[in-house]
Design a protein around this ligand. Sequence first.
Ligand SMILES: [Zn+2]
Length: 430
Amino acid sequence: MTPMNLTQQIRIFPTLEQEEVLWKLSEKCRLIYNFALAERQHAYRYGITGVNYRKQQNDLPAIKQRYPEYCWVYSKVLQYVLRALAADYASFFALNKHGRANARPPRFKGKNYFTTMIYNQSGFKLEQDSISFSHKCNNIPLEFVIPEKFSFLNDTQITQVAIFKKHAQYFIAITYEVKEPAYVDNGRYQAIDLGITNIVTAVNTSGKFLVVKNQRPDKYWNPKIAKIQARRDHCKKYSQRWNYLNAIKRKYERKRDHQLKDFQHKLSKKLVENTRANTIIVGDLNVKGMAQSRKVPTHIRKGLHRATQNTGSLGRFVQFLTYKSNRVGKRLIEFDERNSSRECYMCGKLHEMPIWQRVMICECGNVIARDKNSCVVIMKRYLSQNAKWTGYQDFLDNLRHTANGKTKVPSPIIGHGSEDSQEAPSVRVE
Ligand SMILES: [Zn+2]
């Protein structure tokens, strides 16, 4: 039994007075962040060493003595602001080191920025149906209702609570510890190939396939968003009308993102729960590689790039799968999938498989959908390296039985999944 951390987001509804308090506290945090950033920039410019998290944290008491209003904020929260800055720098340096063009140093936070306030270990109190936070701004208590469905949190070890604002709404994120059951390899495996058209193509050791089409809420929302944006751009920036249309645009974007996330949550849950396999193997993905592949003609590459960006959450999907597996004592293993879509699973011959070619036709007589072939190859490789020889043989035998003449061949054109289908995915494994 090893502990694992989970986070639960809960929306809170502060009163006007509480909101004012939250903003006052946030403002103090924001200023500390900006001061600390300025200090670091200065140190950087003049080659001063030793300006790091520890130094800045040790400076806090002196600052509070001089400017007592910084005492409003619970002391650990301020420390965590400095930690956030340190983390921002660390990620910037890491990206920069690898020469990534998207590396940007931390920036000053503007006056409308609501600083996320992190209460680590202490400073909050969870009761049956409410949570309260310490502060010394005034006497208005920061106490918020916790809906009944989250009452299970009372039985957990809470490590951290963050207050944050997103799209004009306030939330708390409660991080708590759960004990996860131990993992046992039960000799059953499921290999998954992730993709854009079919988000999941899976095969299990019984040789059964499962194909789930990707849901593309972006296909429904993006034209609407584009339309609103065009109307908005005809208005004077920040005029009343512009703000109104901008709010609608953001609402649509939010809905699109939520629908995709919701789909991924539900699908990953079903995948993990509906398989008897304790070990799930997924191809180690490199979404960026998919989008940038040079061999893809430009017009398709553009489309793909957009698709990987919009569904660009395949990485997130793997995260969902990982923690949902761990929670029920299963394991998700990321496994090298190099050439898995090019290699014929029957004879091992490597084919030129440009990304729009959906079917593999091999001289050995194997005709199989690209994604299915890919997940079979992943499974084969995994079994041959990590499982008992019998498991490997059984899988191949099972595959022969199920695949014989039953493999459906879709038309070899690039597809983009079903149009705006909103219904829940039907997932059946074994
Ligand atoms: Zn072949």
